[in-house]
Design a protein. Sequence first.
Length: 428
Amino acid sequence: MKAILLLLSFVKTTSGMTQFFEYENISVSCEQFGSDWTVWRVNEDRVFSQCGSGWGIKAPFTCKVNITKPNDSGAYWCQSRYGDSSNTVNLTVTSGAVILQSPVLPVMEGDDVTLHCKTKNASSDLPADFYKDGFPIRTEPTGHMTIHRVSRADEGRYKCKRSDESPESWLLIKESHVASITVTPPWSQIHEYEDVNLSCGLNSSSHGWKVFKTTKQPNGTEIVGPCPVEKTDGSSSGCSVQTAKNTDGGVYWCQSPQRQRSNSVTILVQSAALILQSPVLPVMEGDNVTVHCKTKSASSDLPAGFYKDGSFIRTEPTGHMTIHRVSRADEGLYRCKMSGHGESPPSQLLVRELPTADPSRSELVLVLLRHLLLPCPYVITTVIMVSVYRQKPTGKNTPVSVAMSQLVEVDEERDQSNYDDVTTEHNF
Protein backbone atom coordinates (compact mmCIF):
# COMPACT_ATOMS: atom_id res chain seq x y z
CA MET A 1 0.00 0.00 0.00
CA LYS A 2 1.47 3.32 -1.08
CA ALA A 3 1.73 6.44 1.08
CA ILE A 4 1.76 9.80 -0.68
CA LEU A 5 2.95 13.05 0.92
CA LEU A 6 1.49 16.38 -0.18
CA LEU A 7 3.15 19.58 0.97
CA LEU A 8 0.62 22.40 0.88
CA SER A 9 2.45 25.50 -0.28
CA PHE A 10 2.36 28.22 -2.86
CA VAL A 11 5.62 27.02 -4.37
CA LYS A 12 6.29 23.28 -4.09
CA THR A 13 4.89 19.83 -3.43
CA THR A 14 6.50 16.46 -2.86
CA SER A 15 3.79 14.76 -4.91
CA GLY A 16 2.27 16.05 -8.12
CA MET A 17 -0.92 14.05 -7.72
CA THR A 18 -4.47 15.26 -7.21
CA GLN A 19 -6.21 11.91 -7.84
CA PHE A 20 -5.78 8.64 -5.98
CA PHE A 21 -7.06 5.11 -6.17
CA GLU A 22 -9.26 3.88 -3.34
CA TYR A 23 -7.38 2.43 -0.32
CA GLU A 24 -4.23 4.47 -0.92
CA ASN A 25 -2.80 6.44 1.99
CA ILE A 26 -2.43 10.22 1.80
CA SER A 27 -0.40 12.45 4.10
CA VAL A 28 -0.92 16.22 4.01
CA SER A 29 1.71 18.44 5.66
CA CYS A 30 1.71 22.02 6.98
CA GLU A 31 5.30 21.77 8.23
CA GLN A 32 6.69 24.75 6.34
CA PHE A 33 4.05 27.05 7.84
CA GLY A 34 4.80 26.28 11.50
CA SER A 35 3.18 24.69 14.53
CA ASP A 36 0.18 27.07 14.54
CA TRP A 37 -1.15 25.60 11.28
CA THR A 38 -3.45 22.57 10.95
CA VAL A 39 -5.03 20.68 8.05
CA TRP A 40 -8.68 21.33 7.21
CA ARG A 41 -10.97 20.09 4.48
CA VAL A 42 -14.40 20.38 2.91
CA ASN A 43 -15.40 16.95 1.58
CA GLU A 44 -17.82 16.09 -1.21
CA ASP A 45 -20.70 16.15 1.31
CA ARG A 46 -19.78 19.82 2.01
CA VAL A 47 -18.73 18.98 5.60
CA PHE A 48 -16.23 21.52 6.98
CA SER A 49 -13.84 20.03 9.56
CA GLN A 50 -10.23 19.80 10.69
CA CYS A 51 -8.00 16.75 10.78
CA GLY A 52 -8.68 14.53 13.77
CA SER A 53 -12.39 15.40 14.04
CA GLY A 54 -13.77 12.11 12.71
CA TRP A 55 -11.23 11.70 9.91
CA GLY A 56 -7.47 11.60 9.59
CA ILE A 57 -4.74 11.04 12.15
CA LYS A 58 -3.33 14.32 13.47
CA ALA A 59 0.44 14.41 13.96
CA PRO A 60 2.82 17.39 14.38
CA PHE A 61 2.47 19.48 11.19
CA THR A 62 0.81 16.56 9.37
CA CYS A 63 -2.51 14.82 8.77
CA LYS A 64 -2.53 11.19 7.64
CA VAL A 65 -5.57 9.79 5.85
CA ASN A 66 -5.20 6.02 5.69
CA ILE A 67 -7.13 3.58 3.49
CA THR A 68 -8.91 6.38 1.67
CA LYS A 69 -12.45 6.18 0.34
CA PRO A 70 -14.24 8.28 -2.31
CA ASN A 71 -15.87 10.38 0.45
CA ASP A 72 -12.35 11.56 1.39
CA SER A 73 -12.39 13.57 -1.85
CA GLY A 74 -12.56 17.30 -1.35
CA ALA A 75 -10.67 20.56 -0.86
CA TYR A 76 -7.73 20.39 1.59
CA TRP A 77 -5.76 23.32 2.98
CA CYS A 78 -3.60 24.46 5.90
CA GLN A 79 -5.04 27.06 8.25
CA SER A 80 -3.45 29.07 11.05
CA ARG A 81 -5.08 29.90 14.35
CA TYR A 82 -5.50 33.43 13.00
CA GLY A 83 -7.70 32.18 10.16
CA ASP A 84 -5.00 32.52 7.47
CA SER A 85 -5.24 29.95 4.69
CA SER A 86 -2.69 28.29 2.44
CA ASN A 87 -3.52 27.45 -1.15
CA THR A 88 -6.21 24.78 -1.52
CA VAL A 89 -5.61 21.42 -3.18
CA ASN A 90 -8.58 19.60 -4.68
CA LEU A 91 -8.06 15.87 -4.11
CA THR A 92 -10.12 13.07 -5.63
CA VAL A 93 -10.25 9.46 -4.44
CA THR A 94 -11.85 7.08 -6.94
CA SER A 95 -12.96 3.46 -6.96
CA GLY A 96 -12.50 3.46 -10.74
CA ALA A 97 -9.60 1.99 -12.72
CA VAL A 98 -8.23 5.21 -14.28
CA ILE A 99 -6.91 8.46 -12.79
CA LEU A 100 -5.45 11.61 -14.30
CA GLN A 101 -2.26 12.91 -12.72
CA SER A 102 -2.12 16.71 -13.01
CA PRO A 103 -0.20 19.38 -11.03
CA VAL A 104 -1.45 19.57 -7.47
CA LEU A 105 -0.68 23.30 -7.23
CA PRO A 106 -1.44 26.23 -9.54
CA VAL A 107 1.11 26.54 -12.36
CA MET A 108 2.71 29.68 -13.77
CA GLU A 109 1.70 31.05 -17.15
CA GLY A 110 4.37 30.09 -19.70
CA ASP A 111 5.26 26.78 -18.00
CA ASP A 112 5.07 23.43 -19.80
CA VAL A 113 2.57 21.10 -18.09
CA THR A 114 2.29 17.34 -18.59
CA LEU A 115 -0.83 15.32 -17.72
CA HIS A 116 -0.51 11.55 -17.20
CA CYS A 117 -3.31 9.02 -17.67
CA LYS A 118 -2.72 6.18 -15.21
CA THR A 119 -4.47 2.81 -15.08
CA LYS A 120 -4.63 0.72 -11.92
CA ASN A 121 -2.42 -2.39 -12.09
CA ALA A 122 -1.48 -1.75 -15.74
CA SER A 123 1.18 -0.01 -17.77
CA SER A 124 0.70 3.75 -18.08
CA ASP A 125 2.37 3.87 -21.53
CA LEU A 126 -0.84 3.05 -23.37
CA PRO A 127 -2.89 5.29 -25.69
CA ALA A 128 -5.32 7.63 -23.93
CA ASP A 129 -7.90 10.20 -24.99
CA PHE A 130 -7.73 13.59 -23.26
CA TYR A 131 -10.64 15.97 -22.66
CA LYS A 132 -11.00 19.56 -21.40
CA ASP A 133 -14.30 20.83 -20.01
CA GLY A 134 -16.03 17.81 -21.57
CA PHE A 135 -14.66 18.32 -25.10
CA PRO A 136 -12.07 15.99 -26.69
CA ILE A 137 -8.59 17.44 -27.23
CA ARG A 138 -6.59 14.62 -28.77
CA THR A 139 -5.39 11.04 -28.38
CA GLU A 140 -1.85 10.50 -27.12
CA PRO A 141 -0.11 7.17 -27.96
CA THR A 142 1.89 6.97 -24.70
CA GLY A 143 -0.80 8.11 -22.24
CA HIS A 144 0.58 11.53 -21.41
CA MET A 145 -0.11 14.95 -22.89
CA THR A 146 2.07 18.06 -22.63
CA ILE A 147 0.64 21.57 -22.84
CA HIS A 148 3.43 23.90 -23.93
CA ARG A 149 3.61 27.46 -22.60
CA VAL A 150 0.39 27.14 -20.62
CA SER A 151 -1.87 30.21 -20.52
CA ARG A 152 -5.03 31.27 -18.71
CA ALA A 153 -7.04 29.82 -21.62
CA ASP A 154 -5.72 26.35 -20.70
CA GLU A 155 -7.24 26.51 -17.22
CA GLY A 156 -10.15 24.11 -16.76
CA ARG A 157 -11.31 20.58 -15.95
CA TYR A 158 -9.35 17.77 -17.60
CA LYS A 159 -9.96 14.03 -17.77
CA CYS A 160 -8.63 11.07 -19.71
CA LYS A 161 -10.18 7.90 -21.07
CA ARG A 162 -8.97 4.38 -21.73
CA SER A 163 -11.06 1.32 -20.92
CA ASP A 164 -12.47 3.48 -18.11
CA GLU A 165 -12.71 7.22 -17.62
CA SER A 166 -10.84 9.20 -14.98
CA PRO A 167 -12.55 11.76 -12.72
CA GLU A 168 -12.14 15.38 -13.75
CA SER A 169 -9.14 17.29 -12.41
CA TRP A 170 -8.67 21.06 -12.27
CA LEU A 171 -5.65 22.56 -13.98
CA LEU A 172 -5.13 25.88 -12.20
CA ILE A 173 -3.09 28.88 -13.28
CA LYS A 174 -1.50 30.77 -10.39
CA GLU A 175 -3.84 33.53 -9.24
CA SER A 176 -2.61 37.09 -9.70
CA HIS A 177 -5.38 38.23 -7.37
CA VAL A 178 -5.95 36.76 -3.91
CA ALA A 179 -8.97 38.02 -2.00
CA SER A 180 -9.05 39.04 1.66
CA ILE A 181 -12.28 39.12 3.62
CA THR A 182 -13.28 42.19 5.65
CA VAL A 183 -16.30 42.70 7.93
CA THR A 184 -18.47 45.75 8.69
CA PRO A 185 -19.00 46.36 11.57
CA PRO A 186 -15.61 44.78 12.43
CA TRP A 187 -16.74 42.78 15.46
CA SER A 188 -16.70 39.05 16.14
CA GLN A 189 -20.11 39.22 17.88
CA ILE A 190 -23.34 41.00 16.96
CA HIS A 191 -26.81 40.99 18.46
CA GLU A 192 -29.66 39.18 16.75
CA TYR A 193 -31.48 41.33 14.14
CA GLU A 194 -28.45 43.52 13.51
CA ASP A 195 -26.86 43.78 10.04
CA VAL A 196 -23.39 42.70 8.95
CA ASN A 197 -21.64 43.11 5.59
CA LEU A 198 -18.69 41.14 4.26
CA SER A 199 -16.43 42.06 1.33
CA CYS A 200 -13.80 40.19 -0.69
CA GLY A 201 -11.96 43.39 -1.64
CA LEU A 202 -11.14 45.26 -4.84
CA ASN A 203 -11.33 43.39 -8.16
CA SER A 204 -12.72 40.28 -6.46
CA SER A 205 -15.92 40.39 -8.53
CA SER A 206 -14.15 40.14 -11.89
CA HIS A 207 -12.14 37.15 -10.64
CA GLY A 208 -15.26 35.29 -9.53
CA TRP A 209 -14.64 35.35 -5.76
CA LYS A 210 -17.72 34.85 -3.58
CA VAL A 211 -18.41 34.72 0.15
CA PHE A 212 -19.00 31.26 1.65
CA LYS A 213 -19.94 30.28 5.20
CA THR A 214 -20.47 27.34 7.49
CA THR A 215 -23.84 26.45 9.04
CA LYS A 216 -23.99 24.19 12.09
CA GLN A 217 -26.36 21.24 11.78
CA PRO A 218 -28.37 19.61 14.62
CA ASN A 219 -25.86 16.73 14.71
CA GLY A 220 -23.00 19.19 15.28
CA THR A 221 -21.42 19.00 11.82
CA GLU A 222 -20.79 22.20 9.87
CA ILE A 223 -21.97 22.35 6.26
CA VAL A 224 -20.50 24.77 3.72
CA GLY A 225 -22.64 26.89 1.42
CA PRO A 226 -22.59 30.26 -0.37
CA CYS A 227 -23.68 33.39 1.44
CA PRO A 228 -27.48 33.59 0.95
CA VAL A 229 -27.49 37.26 -0.08
CA GLU A 230 -24.71 38.14 -2.52
CA LYS A 231 -23.73 41.79 -2.80
CA THR A 232 -21.59 43.49 -5.44
CA ASP A 233 -20.22 46.96 -4.78
CA GLY A 234 -18.33 48.17 -7.85
CA SER A 235 -15.45 45.75 -8.37
CA SER A 236 -15.91 44.12 -4.94
CA SER A 237 -17.98 41.02 -4.36
CA GLY A 238 -19.43 40.35 -0.97
CA CYS A 239 -22.35 39.34 1.21
CA SER A 240 -25.00 41.25 3.12
CA VAL A 241 -26.68 39.69 6.16
CA GLN A 242 -29.75 41.69 7.18
CA THR A 243 -31.52 41.24 10.53
CA ALA A 244 -29.14 38.41 11.40
CA LYS A 245 -30.40 35.29 13.15
CA ASN A 246 -28.46 32.84 15.28
CA THR A 247 -28.10 30.52 12.27
CA ASP A 248 -26.25 33.30 10.40
CA GLY A 249 -23.31 32.84 12.75
CA GLY A 250 -20.39 30.74 11.55
CA VAL A 251 -17.08 30.85 9.72
CA TYR A 252 -16.98 33.15 6.66
CA TRP A 253 -14.37 33.38 3.88
CA CYS A 254 -14.01 34.32 0.22
CA GLN A 255 -13.64 31.54 -2.35
CA SER A 256 -12.70 31.49 -6.02
CA PRO A 257 -14.39 29.30 -8.66
CA GLN A 258 -11.45 26.87 -8.30
CA ARG A 259 -12.03 26.66 -4.51
CA GLN A 260 -9.00 28.76 -3.56
CA ARG A 261 -9.60 30.52 -0.24
CA SER A 262 -9.00 33.84 1.48
CA ASN A 263 -8.48 34.26 5.19
CA SER A 264 -11.49 33.33 7.30
CA VAL A 265 -13.37 35.01 10.17
CA THR A 266 -15.76 33.68 12.79
CA ILE A 267 -18.89 35.74 13.46
CA LEU A 268 -21.29 34.90 16.29
CA VAL A 269 -24.89 36.15 16.33
CA GLN A 270 -26.01 36.31 19.95
CA SER A 271 -29.48 36.42 21.50
CA ALA A 272 -27.94 37.34 24.88
CA ALA A 273 -28.79 40.71 26.41
CA LEU A 274 -25.10 41.61 26.62
CA ILE A 275 -22.23 41.04 24.17
CA LEU A 276 -18.56 41.96 24.09
CA GLN A 277 -17.48 43.59 20.84
CA SER A 278 -13.88 42.69 20.04
CA PRO A 279 -12.03 42.81 16.68
CA VAL A 280 -13.08 40.03 14.30
CA LEU A 281 -9.62 40.07 12.67
CA PRO A 282 -6.34 39.50 14.52
CA VAL A 283 -4.67 42.70 15.74
CA MET A 284 -0.98 43.53 15.42
CA GLU A 285 1.36 43.54 18.40
CA GLY A 286 1.84 47.12 19.61
CA ASP A 287 -1.63 48.32 18.54
CA ASN A 288 -4.13 49.88 20.93
CA VAL A 289 -7.30 47.75 21.11
CA THR A 290 -10.68 48.77 22.52
CA VAL A 291 -13.36 46.25 23.47
CA HIS A 292 -16.97 47.35 24.07
CA CYS A 293 -19.56 45.94 26.44
CA LYS A 294 -22.82 46.40 24.53
CA THR A 295 -26.41 45.91 25.67
CA LYS A 296 -29.26 45.01 23.39
CA SER A 297 -31.42 48.06 24.05
CA ALA A 298 -30.18 50.37 26.80
CA SER A 299 -27.23 52.78 26.59
CA SER A 300 -23.90 50.99 26.55
CA ASP A 301 -22.13 53.88 28.33
CA LEU A 302 -22.66 52.19 31.69
CA PRO A 303 -20.06 50.79 34.10
CA ALA A 304 -18.88 47.30 33.16
CA GLY A 305 -16.48 44.78 34.61
CA PHE A 306 -14.03 43.11 32.23
CA TYR A 307 -12.55 39.62 32.53
CA LYS A 308 -9.83 37.72 30.66
CA ASP A 309 -9.72 33.91 30.74
CA GLY A 310 -12.01 33.99 33.80
CA SER A 311 -9.92 36.46 35.82
CA PHE A 312 -11.17 39.94 36.68
CA ILE A 313 -9.20 42.79 35.04
CA ARG A 314 -10.95 46.02 36.05
CA THR A 315 -14.19 47.98 35.94
CA GLU A 316 -14.59 50.73 33.35
CA PRO A 317 -17.14 53.54 34.00
CA THR A 318 -18.23 53.93 30.35
CA GLY A 319 -18.49 50.27 29.28
CA HIS A 320 -15.40 50.09 27.09
CA MET A 321 -11.83 49.09 27.88
CA THR A 322 -8.68 49.98 25.93
CA ILE A 323 -5.61 47.75 25.97
CA HIS A 324 -2.59 49.90 25.12
CA ARG A 325 0.31 48.46 23.10
CA VAL A 326 -1.22 45.00 22.97
CA SER A 327 1.10 41.98 23.14
CA ARG A 328 0.77 38.22 22.76
CA ALA A 329 0.22 38.05 26.52
CA ASP A 330 -3.07 39.90 25.98
CA GLU A 331 -4.47 37.10 23.81
CA GLY A 332 -7.37 35.19 25.30
CA LEU A 333 -11.10 34.96 25.94
CA TYR A 334 -12.68 38.19 27.20
CA ARG A 335 -16.06 38.72 28.86
CA CYS A 336 -17.84 41.64 30.44
CA LYS A 337 -20.48 42.04 33.15
CA MET A 338 -22.94 44.90 33.52
CA SER A 339 -25.32 45.37 36.42
CA GLY A 340 -28.87 44.43 35.44
CA HIS A 341 -27.75 42.91 32.11
CA GLY A 342 -25.83 39.86 33.20
CA GLU A 343 -22.66 38.52 31.56
CA SER A 344 -21.62 38.44 27.91
CA PRO A 345 -20.60 35.28 26.04
CA PRO A 346 -16.81 34.97 25.65
CA SER A 347 -15.07 36.72 22.77
CA GLN A 348 -11.58 35.81 21.57
CA LEU A 349 -8.83 38.37 20.99
CA LEU A 350 -6.00 37.25 18.70
CA VAL A 351 -2.67 39.10 18.50
CA ARG A 352 -0.14 38.70 15.69
CA GLU A 353 3.56 39.05 16.41
CA LEU A 354 5.36 41.82 14.56
CA PRO A 355 7.13 40.41 11.48
CA THR A 356 10.90 40.04 11.82
CA ALA A 357 13.34 41.30 9.22
CA ASP A 358 14.45 38.75 6.61
CA PRO A 359 18.30 38.58 6.66
CA SER A 360 18.40 37.14 3.14
CA ARG A 361 16.65 40.27 1.82
CA SER A 362 19.23 42.48 3.54
CA GLU A 363 22.02 40.49 1.91
CA LEU A 364 20.32 40.90 -1.46
CA VAL A 365 20.13 44.68 -1.01
CA LEU A 366 23.84 44.80 -0.15
CA VAL A 367 24.76 42.74 -3.19
CA LEU A 368 22.68 44.96 -5.46
CA LEU A 369 24.18 48.10 -3.95
CA ARG A 370 27.69 46.77 -4.47
CA HIS A 371 27.02 46.12 -8.13
CA LEU A 372 25.36 49.50 -8.47
CA LEU A 373 28.18 51.48 -6.85
CA LEU A 374 31.12 49.87 -8.69
CA PRO A 375 30.29 51.40 -12.10
CA CYS A 376 29.89 54.87 -10.54
CA PRO A 377 33.42 56.16 -11.48
CA TYR A 378 32.48 55.83 -15.14
CA VAL A 379 29.26 57.76 -14.65
CA ILE A 380 31.08 60.53 -12.75
CA THR A 381 33.81 60.71 -15.42
CA THR A 382 31.22 61.11 -18.16
CA VAL A 383 29.42 63.93 -16.33
CA ILE A 384 32.70 65.83 -15.68
CA MET A 385 33.94 65.54 -19.28
CA VAL A 386 30.64 66.71 -20.76
CA SER A 387 30.65 69.67 -18.38
CA VAL A 388 34.27 70.60 -19.27
CA TYR A 389 33.60 70.29 -22.99
CA ARG A 390 30.63 72.63 -22.79
CA GLN A 391 32.58 75.26 -20.85
CA LYS A 392 35.77 75.32 -23.03
CA PRO A 393 36.00 77.18 -26.36
CA THR A 394 36.36 75.11 -29.50
CA GLY A 395 39.84 74.66 -30.94
CA LYS A 396 42.49 72.01 -31.15
CA ASN A 397 41.23 70.25 -28.07
CA THR A 398 41.13 66.51 -28.05
CA PRO A 399 37.69 65.35 -29.14
CA VAL A 400 35.46 64.50 -26.19
CA SER A 401 34.97 60.90 -27.33
CA VAL A 402 38.75 60.32 -27.44
CA ALA A 403 39.39 62.11 -24.14
CA MET A 404 36.65 60.03 -22.45
CA SER A 405 38.10 56.87 -23.95
CA GLN A 406 41.53 57.66 -22.52
CA LEU A 407 40.08 58.46 -19.10
CA VAL A 408 38.03 55.30 -19.09
CA GLU A 409 41.12 53.24 -19.93
CA VAL A 410 42.95 54.85 -16.99
CA ASP A 411 39.98 54.19 -14.71
CA GLU A 412 39.75 50.59 -15.90
CA GLU A 413 43.42 49.98 -15.06
CA ARG A 414 43.04 51.73 -11.70
CA ASP A 415 39.88 49.84 -10.72
CA GLN A 416 40.68 46.43 -12.23
CA SER A 417 41.81 45.17 -8.83
CA ASN A 418 38.40 46.10 -7.42
CA TYR A 419 36.61 44.11 -10.11
CA ASP A 420 38.88 41.10 -9.69
CA ASP A 421 37.47 40.71 -6.18
CA VAL A 422 33.83 40.91 -7.23
CA THR A 423 31.71 37.82 -7.62
CA THR A 424 28.32 38.36 -9.22
CA GLU A 425 25.56 37.01 -7.00
CA HIS A 426 21.86 36.59 -7.74
CA ASN A 427 20.24 35.66 -4.45
CA PHE A 428 16.64 35.72 -5.56
